[in-house]
Ligand binder design. Structure first.
Ligand code: F6P
Length: 546
């Protein structure tokens, strides 16, 4: 049994889960007209309504006690203070330092993090302005018009998700493209319309060893060099963002074109660093700073607000309640704004790579559910695809509905239709419709008793499906910064409460190592012993069919 399960609050939550499972949110709303006021948090640019969860004051208080007993506030201070809370890698976790406003030194292993960050921001600004204003010229003297970010996982998802979310703020000084997939189809497609004389590649890789990224970077290098110019010209078309300067330089990137990464920034939390260069190039440095400002505001809220009014802490506790205590196995992320179409994929990595683990940070097996599997899609599209499952399947899937009050691209009537669906869905998921109501409705429509008997069971929606509503005033750089930082801190709190080391990712190594071995076999045609018979036969089939 892990230490968490011995806590009084944990035991009480287990007992409450048994008692409250049979309650219906309809009753909770009928009994308490103040639920919204009690169970929502409003910040200047974001509103969280978590009242449509199966919680009441007793449950919330017990969840807050759990947060206290698991020392969330103490761990929060450790994270912001630079303690090495990434225990298995012996690293500090300081993505928050990337958007910090203070000039106070923050010393990690004898290095002043504040200084590093300020220096990097200044370098980024100079570089971004130079490229955007057309002062950085390609080898033939033409201005750079297209940026291709090559990276995967955290070196892709964050920047690309933000680029998409804020695309209406781009002034088109440059066009930004992303290549993450090692399937050559992607890079071929991205490069096809581009002119090598006007392209800048950013190789984004903290480790500078990731096979997919290195393969794509080599292809990009070949594409560039086959377009006639000499090696020296590479400096004008290639920059890198990495913590592994040595590898980047031996790859052929000039030292002055390498932006630092540090081991105290995790890949999936890195869009605030030079990994976000593509965002800054697309939007301009001022808007990139606004993104950082929004995240900083959320950091301040997370540090200062009491846990009961603390948006990220509450988001985490609700998730723990739904998953660990009420047994939900997955969670849907449902953005209702076209520009947020990559948010689910981004949060999949952020949450699942962080907390998808089954031992505590002390290496003890946990026998409780940790993070749910995160899935979803633009909500409005999902309504015509998988919402049937959300409404009527046997599995309860808690969902985050994320939308904005104002539309960035108002087209008459569209936003109201979109948002009407947004509000309708959370009400329907919560309230449902019982058999009595279904029957009365069918009767009122003049249906025969036989028809009603046949169809009524299919039209019943049990409701009681938990949702959070996150409403932004408007999608802008600052708000997006706050939104992402809220989820980052949610993940941190979840990790602390569940006693999970959220900042390592050992689970991705096994497959990576095996893939490298199998690649050798595919290239040489010699299948090694040691594979199970399924894998061996598949490899044989592949090689013989080629
Ligand atoms: O998938 C594992 C992972 O290490 C992620 O954590 C990371 O974001 C991604 O690969 C890319 O890593 P890198 O930036 O080192 O290329």
């Amino acid at each position: 049994m892990s230490a968490r399960q011995t806590l009084a609050s944990w035991k009480k939550l287990q007992q409450l889960a048994q008692e409250k499972k049979s309650q219906h949110m309809n009753t909770l709303f009928a009994e308490d007209g103040e639920r919204f006021n009690k169970f929502s948090i409003e910040l200047p640019n974001l509103l969280l309504d978590y009242s449509k969860n199966l919680i009441d004051s007793e449950t919330l208080d017990t969840l807050l006690t759990l947060a206290q007993e698991t020392e969330v506030c103490e761990w929060r201070a450790k994270m912001f203070g630079g303690d090495k809370i990434n225990k298995t890698e012996d690293r500090a976790v300081l993505h928050t330092a990337l958007r910090r406003k203070s000039d106070e030194p923050l010393i990690i292993d004898g290095e002043n993090v504040t200084q590093h960050v300020q220096k990097q921001l200044a370098e980024m600004e100079v570089f971004v302005d130079k490229v955007r204003q057309g002062h950085w010229l390609g080898y033939s003297g033409k201005r750079i018009t297209d940026i291709v970010n090559i990276g995967v996982g955290g070196s892709n998802l964050g920047p690309q998700m933000v680029t998409e979310a804020l695309k209406h703020y781009s002034d088109g000084s440059v066009n930004v493209h992303y290549v993450s997939n090692v399937d050559g189809a992607q890079i071929v497609e991205v490069l096809r319309p581009l002119d090598p004389e006007k392209v800048m590649f950013i190789v984004s890789s903290k480790t500078f060893t990731t096979t997919e990224t290195m393969t794509n970077a080599r292809t990009a290098m070949k594409w560039l060099t086959s377009a006639s110019f000499d090696e020296k010209s590479i400096a004008k078309h290639f920059v890198a963002v990495t913590a592994n300067k040595e590898n980047a330089m031996s790859f052929g990137i000039e030292e002055q074109n390498i932006f630092d990464m540090w081991d105290w920034v995790g890949g999936r939390f890195s869009l605030w660093s030079a990994i976000g260069l593509a965002i800054a190039l697309d939007l301009g440095f001022d808007k990139f700073k606004e993104l950082l400002d929004g995240a900083h505001e959320m950091d301040q809220h997370f540090i200062n607000a009491p846990l009961k009014d603390n948006m990220p802490a509450i988001m985490a506790l609700i998730s723990v309640w739904n998953t660990t205590f009420l047994g939900a196995q997955s969670q849907a992320i449902l953005p209702y704004d076209q520009t947020l179409h990559m948010l689910t994929a981004y949060l999949q990595q952020a949450e699942m790579e962080s907390n998808g683990k089954s031992v505590t940070w002390d290496g003890v097996d946990v026998d409780y559910a940790t993070v749910p599997s995160i899935w979803g899609e633009l909500g409005i599209n999902g309504q015509h695809a998988f919402y049937q499952y959300l409404h009527q399947s046997n599995n309860v899937v808690p969902a985050d509905f994320i939308g904005s009050v104002e539309s960035v691209t108002p087209v008459q009537g569209h936003h109201e239709t979109l948002m009407a669906n947004f509000f309708a869905q959370t009400q329907a998921l919560m309230a449902g419709v019982n058999e009595e109501q279904v029957r009365a409705d069918l009767k009122a429509k003049g249906r025969t008793p036989e028809y009603i008997d046949q169809v009524a069971p299919h039209k019943v929606h049990k409701g009681n499906r938990p949702t959070n509503t996150i409403l932004m005033k408007r999608i802008d750089p600052k708000t997006i910064g706050s939104l992402i930082a809220a989820y980052e801190h949610k993940i941190f709190v979840q990790g602390i409460v569940l006693q999970i080391c959220s900042f390592d990712q050992w689970g991705v190594e096994l497959g990576k190592g095996l893939a490298a071995e199998i690649q050798d076999e595919l290239e040489s045609g010699n299948i090694a012993n040691g594979h199970d018979c399924s894998t061996k036969s598949l490899l044989k089939f592949y090689l013989s069919t080629k």
